[in-house]
Design a protein around this ligand. Structure first.
Ligand code: PEP
Ligand code: MN
Length: 371
């Protein structure tokens, strides 16, 4: 089944303040005062459409703060009454949906730990049947676009018209600069598959640290995302969850003022600067190629150490022939010329040999032409 939405463009949504569509608020609702003070300051920025706060927190370890539960919904209702901001919270099961709707919550989002589970997503979708509420689906923690798409389809099938996706990065076993890897090619592919569904970026959960929020937000704008969901807390260092990635409302205001929008004057930014957007996509794929090359070279070096320990020669022609033959066959099937494969693989092979030689000679630089 394919997602089909009638009036899903975010600009038609109640509360839309122009691109970027902004959702901000603390990772978690902690106290009534923290929620209201944060909301008042965010409302004063004048650009935020939805105030967010987690009420039920899916935490990795059971002894972490797991949210205030239903009492937080009352605080969100007060935020709405006092500031006029729309309010949103995360739902992780059908009971959460019923409770949130009881308190007039305007937007529900399905978190990354829930969107991985089709049974739970379906349960939530069933609870949403016949309800007119805004729903965002975060990407699953693993980089599986079908799972993300599947979750969006389940919610769309329940009749939800104001539906959006949130890109919050993907979990990885390797230690990386960011808390979650952006894998920008995935939201780009999602946009290609379902262009009618707005996509927001959540730089907070990608970054994991305040210092990276601006660069990720700017990248998302350059890739023509429709908006941002950013965590903001009245006193970030004291936050009970995700303290290192939250901004004080004043800092968020400053970040927003620095964002450069490539097409701020048009009513349809998607149509503008197509070339610029495509170039951004090329950059994403090139970055991906570089990451892959780095990882491949690490494996080559591990093989080099193994060869050294076991006194095996670096160059093993049969293995190399096999690699090139395999690449040629695969490359042809993908429409890549023999010339490209040949040049690229020779260069990669040369680099591998250079690195393995270095290892063999205990770090002494060796010229591979001698091989
Ligand atoms: C959150 O938004 O606070 C949250 C728990 O996000 P995610 O599902 O992306 O981890
Ligand atoms: Mn959080």
């Amino acid at each position: 089944m394919v997602v089909k939405l009638d009036t899903s463009l975010i600009k038609d949504w109640n509360g839309y303040n122009g691109r970027p569509f902004l959702i901000a608020g603390p990772c978690s609702a902690e106290t009534e005062e923290q929620v209201l003070d944060t909301a008042r300051q965010l409302a004063a920025i004048g650009r935020i459409s939805i105030f967010r706060a987690g009420i039920w927190k899916p935490r990795t370890r059971h002894n972490s703060f797991e949210g205030v539960g239903i009492s937080g919904l009352k605080w969100l209702r007060r935020v709405k009454q006092e500031t006029g901001l729309l309010v949103g919270t995360e739902v992780a099961n059908e009971k959460h949906v019923y409770e949130a709707l009881k308190y007039g919550i305007d937007m529900l989002w399905i978190g990354a730990r829930t969107s991985v589970n089709p049974i739970t997503v379906q349960e939530i979708a069933n609870a949403l049947k016949g309800v007119d509420v805004m729903v965002f689906v975060k990407n699953p923690i693993n980089p599986d676009i079908e799972l993300w798409l599947g979750a969006l389809e389940r919610v769309a099938s329940a009749g939800i018209k104001r539906l959006g996706a949130i890109h919050r990065g993907f979990s990885s076993y390797e230690k990386t600069t960011y808390r979650n890897q952006p894998n920008w090619q995935l939201p780009i592919e999602l946009r290609r598959r379902i262009p009618e569904v707005p996509i927001l970026c959540d730089p907070s959960h990608i970054a994991g640290a305040r210092e990276f929020l601006y660069e990720i937000s700017q990248k998302a704008m350059d890739l023509n995302f429709d908006g941002l969901m950013i965590e903001s807390h009245i006193d970030p260092d004291k936050a009970l969850s995700d303290a290192s990635q939250q901004l004080a409302p004043e800092e968020l205001k400053e970040l927003l003022s620095r964002l450069i929008m490539r097409s701020p004057s048009t009513s349809d930014p998607r149509l503008l600067d197509v070339l610029g957007e495509l170039r951004q996509q090329i950059d994403v794929f090139d970055d991906h190629l570089l990451d892959l090359l780095e990882q491949r070279m690490k494996v080559s070096e591990t093989i080099g150490r193994y060869k050294k320990e076991n006194n095996i020669t670096i160059l093993q022609s049969a293995r190399w022939d096999e690699i090139v033959k395999r690449a040629m066959i695969k490359g042809r099937a993908k429409g890549l010329s023999d010339e490209l494969i040949d040049t690229m693989f020779k260069a990669i092979h040369q680099e591998s040999i250079n690195r393995q030689m270095k290892i063999m000679n205990n770090g002494i630089e060796t010229h591979s032409e001698t091989l």
